[in-house]
Structures are given as structure tokens and as C-alpha cells.
Design a protein around this ligand. Structure first.
Ligand SMILES: [Zn+2]
Length: 184
């Protein structure tokens, strides 16, 4: 899935804070956005969907952080919890997309995301056929709604920027591999 999808979903998962602890909602949303983006930095360092993607271990770390933020709420504990939850959600969601490959619509690899505890890859489920597919764009648009409608300021701006990136990326996705190959 596109990093924009993960970013806006990272914001969306923090939306309940608007009801239970509105004073922490903006910082949580910003941290959620960052946590949604963070795992895909392993495109640049290490092995994509392995080095910074933790679909199971991510939750083992995130849940205690959520407990701590609940027991001792502060901007710092809430931000850390939101960041870790968004990162764990990101890694888990990648299992429902395509395999880790330059042209995922060709389906030559079913390696979706690495499961560090078992030292094997979760298989791609293809619910979202590939990053930048129409369904992926739909997820970005729906996922961005809480950020666009319920939040304001920089959270809303970031979600709008994610949509603004996702639309042309989707339109151009199948023409991009030669450029990716030059970068990677
Ligand atoms: Zn990812």
C-alpha cells in the first residue's frame, strides 16, 4: 500500500482521542501520521518491508505504550503510543497488499511483510492488488476523511497533502518502475 494510505490511517486510528482526551488528539494525530510513514523508510535503508516493518513485534511494543499512555497521559506518552500503534497497523496492513517487488501487478513474489519472530515472510493477500492501485487510492481517500473533517491545522494539511500525492502517484504508478530502479 502507498505510504500515503498508511499515513492517513495512522491519523484515523487516533480519532477516538477527540472524544476521550481531546487535548491530546492533535499531538497523537501528528505522531500517528509519522508512525504511519516511518516503516517505509526501509525503502531507503535496509530491506523494504523487513528492516522497519514489525507486524507482530510492533504490537508487543505498542500495547504496553498504549497502557502507559492511558495510566499516565501526557503529550509524550500519547505521542509515543500513537506512533507505535500507527507503525504496527502499517506493517499489518502490508500483509493484505501485494508482494515486495518493483512491479507488484506481475505477482512474481508473494513476500508481503517479514515476520521477525518466525523468520519468514507473511504471504501477500492482494486485497489491495498493489500500491497505487485504484483500491489503494480509495483507501487513502477514505482513510483521510477523519483527518480532513475532524481535525484542523497541520493534521488536516498533512492529510490533504497525502491525498494530493496519492492521486498522481496512482495515475502514474505503472510508469514509475524505471525511475525507482535508478534510485534503488
Ligand atoms: Zn510498508
Amino acid at each position: 500500500m502507498m505510504v500515503t494510505t498508511h499515513a492517513v490511517v495512522g491519523v484515523a486510528v487516533t480519532a477516538p482521542l477527540l472524544v476521550v482526551a481531546p487535548e491530546f488528539a492533535p499531538v497523537a494525530a501528528l505522531a500517528g501520521f509519522a508512525g504511519g510513514v516511518f516503516p517505509d523508510l526501509d525503502l531507503l535503508v535496509g530491506t523494504h518491508r523487513k528492516t522497519l516493518h514489525f507486524p507482530v513485534v510492533g504490537w508487543i511494543v505498542a500495547l504496553p505504550a498504549v497502557a502507559l499512555a492511558t495510566l499516565a497521559p501526557s503529550s509524550a506518552t500519547v505521542a509515543v503510543a500513537a506512533f507505535l500503534v500507527a507503525g504496527a497497523v502499517h506493517a499489518g496492513m502490508d500483509a493484505f497488499g501485494a508482494g515486495e517487488e518493483m512491479r507488484p501487478w506481475e505477482r512474481t513474489s508473494t513476500d508481503a511483510v517479514y515476520f521477525h519472530l518466525r523468520r519468514r515472510w507473511f504471504r501477500a493477500r492482494y486485497w489491495v492488488p498493489y500500491d497505487g492501485s485504484a483500491r489503494d487510492l480509495g483507501l487513502t481517500l477514505v482513510g483521510a476523511l477523519p483527518g480532513l473533517v475532524l481535525f484542523s491545522g497541520s493534521v488536516r494539511l498533512l492529510c490533504a497533502a497525502a491525498v494530493a500525492v496519492a492521486v498522481p502517484y496512482t495515475l502514474l504508478r505503472k510508469r514509475l518502475p524505471p525511475y525507482f530502479e535508478r534510485i534503488v
